[in-house]
Design a protein around this ligand. Structure first.
Ligand code: ATP
Ligand code: LTN
Length: 328
């Protein structure tokens, strides 16, 4: 069976962008692959996190994985920090990564822009992400479009290691949705919907109430035209809303365009809100059930134990190949 790995940072409230770009595919892939889905807490601390908020958000992301439909009987669900080989292989891969490669990363440039001081962890973060993937020799990595560049580094590091120390790592492929790979902000269609955007009106959080969802969609920016037409270059706002509609309803963009031909934006937005609510309401119900069930820590412990088996084996192999003394 081939292996899948992905992670989501507990750096804020998960959004519909996270769900459409990544989590929906986690659920889809769990039936055919050996899956590992992590809450990447070691990544989240590359920007300052308040300890209380980090704790709450970590539990929330783990519970949302399960609420979204990940079955912990099929896939390993765990915290990145509970599997120490991630950090250790992360360090080893950092030593194989060049400064130039890290300097070219657009996520780093975006997150560092305008900051007086930036932590070194934010800079070396892509090497840790490569370790996350390579420590399981993952074949496939379901992510949104914004992670493509990081994944290319993981592929380069795999082949660099293989070249220097002998064929060992599998080259991981990205698994990116065709529609919804990059859901944009509701208030600015030139920026991706992001959980760390200070304006809550820019995103739909997975735990927003139905009324909040309706309000946010009704206030979403649109152009001054009236055609519900998919045209990301000319009509980025409406195209973004159509992508969300399509991903939440299962209808194709062409079907949606036909359905709303000759209609005003108001009706389209109203229907979109209901389509989004119909996906999120049952997810939220499951979420609160899981949080109340007290099973979360058990699930995380089992997931980490299973992940640890593969990860520690890889780390040993890597060290042996590089010339580390293994304890006898
Ligand atoms: P932050 O804003 O804190 O950087 P984020 O919202 O980008 O966080 P991540 O934890 O970095 O969230 O991403 C988790 C997964 O969700 C990644 O696979 C990422 O590509 C995907 N993702 C995030 N935002 C979007 C989006 N707007 N559209 C599609 N996929 C997204
Ligand atoms: N960098 C990713 C989160 C992430 C990840 C990973 C995704 C950390 N490790 C491994 C896929 C595979 C992000 O910011 N969205």
């Amino acid at each position: 069976m081939k292996t899948v790995l992905s992670g989501i940072q507990p750096s804020g409230k998960l959004t519909l962008g996270n769900y459409i770009g990544a989590m929906k595919n986690f659920v889809k892939l769990q039936n055919d692959y050996a899956c590992n889905f992590m809450v990447v807490d070691l990544h989240a601390i590359t920007v300052a996190q308040d300890p209380k908020a980090l704790r709450e958000q970590s539990e929330a992301v783990a519970a949302l994985f399960i609420a979204a439909g990940i079955d912990p009987g099929k896939a390993n669900v765990y915290m990145q920090s509970h599997v120490p080989p991630h950090a250790e292989l992360g360090w080893i891969l950092t030593t194989l990564t060049s400064m130039g490669e890290l300097e070219r990363m657009t996520q780093f440039k975006d997150k560092a822009a305008g900051k007086e001081s930036v932590g070194a962890g934010l800079f070396v973060y892509p090497s840790l992400m490569a370790a996350d993937i390579l420590v399981y020799n993952a074949d496939l990595v379901p992510v949104g479009e914004d992670q493509k560049q990081h994944l290319e580094l993981a592929r380069d590091l795999a082949s660099r290691f293989n070249h220097r120390f002998g064929e060992y790592f599998t080259s991981p492929d990205p698994y990116i949705p065709e529609v919804g790979a990059r859901i944009m902000s509701l208030d600015d269609a030139s920026k991706k919907m992001s959980k760390s955007n200070p304006n809550p009106g820019s995103y739909i959080a997975l735990l927003d109430t139905p009324d909040e969802i309706r309000k946010k969609i009704s206030r979403a920016t649109t152009d001054s035209g009236k055609e519900v037409r998919y045209d990301p270059a000319e009509k980025p706002e409406i195209s973004n809303l159509m992508s969300i509609y399509s991903e939440c309803s299962g209808k194709s963009l062409a079907e949606i365009q036909n359905e709303y031909e000759g209609q005003m934006y108001g009706g389209f937005k109203k229907d979109l809100a209901e389509v989004a609510v119909s996906v999120l309401e049952p997810l939220q119900k499951r979420y609160y059930e899981i949080r109340e069930s007290g099973q979360l820590y058990d699930i995380l412990a089992k997931g980490a134990d299973r992940a640890m088996e593969t990860a520690s084996r890889t780390l040993n192999d890597v060290k042996e190949r590089m010339g580390f003394l293994l304890p006898r």
